[in-house]
Design a protein around this ligand. Sequence first.
Ligand code: GAL
Length: 328
Amino acid sequence: MRKQLKLRLLFFSILISLGIYFCAIAQNPQKTIVNGGNYTDTSGKIINAHGGGFLKAGKYYYWIGENRHDQVLVSCYRSTDLINWEFRGDLLTRQSNPELVNANIERPKVIYNEKTKKFVMWMHYEISSDYSYARAAVAVSDDIEKPFKYLKSFRPFGNMSRDCTLFKDTDGTAYFLSAARENYDMMVYKLTDDYLDTKEHLLTLWPGGHREAPALVKRGDYYFMITSGCTGWAPNQAKYAYAKSIRGPWSDLTDIGNSTTFDSQSTYILPIEGNETTSYLYVGDRWDGNHYFNSRYIFLPLTFKGETSVELSWKDSVAPDLKSGRIN
Ligand code: GAL
């Protein structure tokens, strides 16, 4: 009897401690991004935005990425400091369209089209366990926090399309980059003015180079692209290249970070424009291939040296200062 009482007491005290812990997490805004840590949203739940991208809309930064829980495919979070993220909803679910019932959606990215006033999402659409379907897909929404309308999946100019990203240039032209030909080639496509289709196949980058996980940014007169090698969920050495025009010529590939890119794979390069400077955050997925939901993220500052050289070093935690544009 006494033993039962003790057990009950123990059970309730554990419950209460857990409650206090999660309330503390939910109420206390975090001051830094702890790299590789238990990255949780403002309600204390693990953030599910893998292979994701970022964009600024109004006073918020949005983080949109893969969420493979139950019926969900793509989820949306928002933040005013890039540290504390509030879950805002699911943008694509298996119910969004019959084509999505059995699909796997990877690396979703969203950009805003000023002319149509719509948010446009591109992603890798897969229904084959060996990734042989290899298609791009497009969805659209008037509101970044509301469910997107799924439009279609296709192969751009007949090419396979796996790991991908979107890039919107300063003149409003948008580009879709994706790994083609069993990941041998990295394709660069120019999008139509409404961003809903590919208009031109601009380039086949590093043919036979086996690059994936592309992330692209413009700094000064140069475009920089970080890609990974192709080793599935296992991390490998990231490389970067630069060019004065998206149409090229692009430089050769140069190693960046260490041999495992600090146990991560590139997903995005996020510019932080402040009143003192503009900094660039490398965002990578720290995949757990055996337990996908255990995957984490890392955020590291990119250090540019001169116009065409860039480095990535480890930091246990980072604190972006959105006012100055510096990353502490
Ligand atoms: C990686 C790719 C991920 C996912 C994974 C599956 O190479 O970047 O997005 O497709 O393979 O093994």
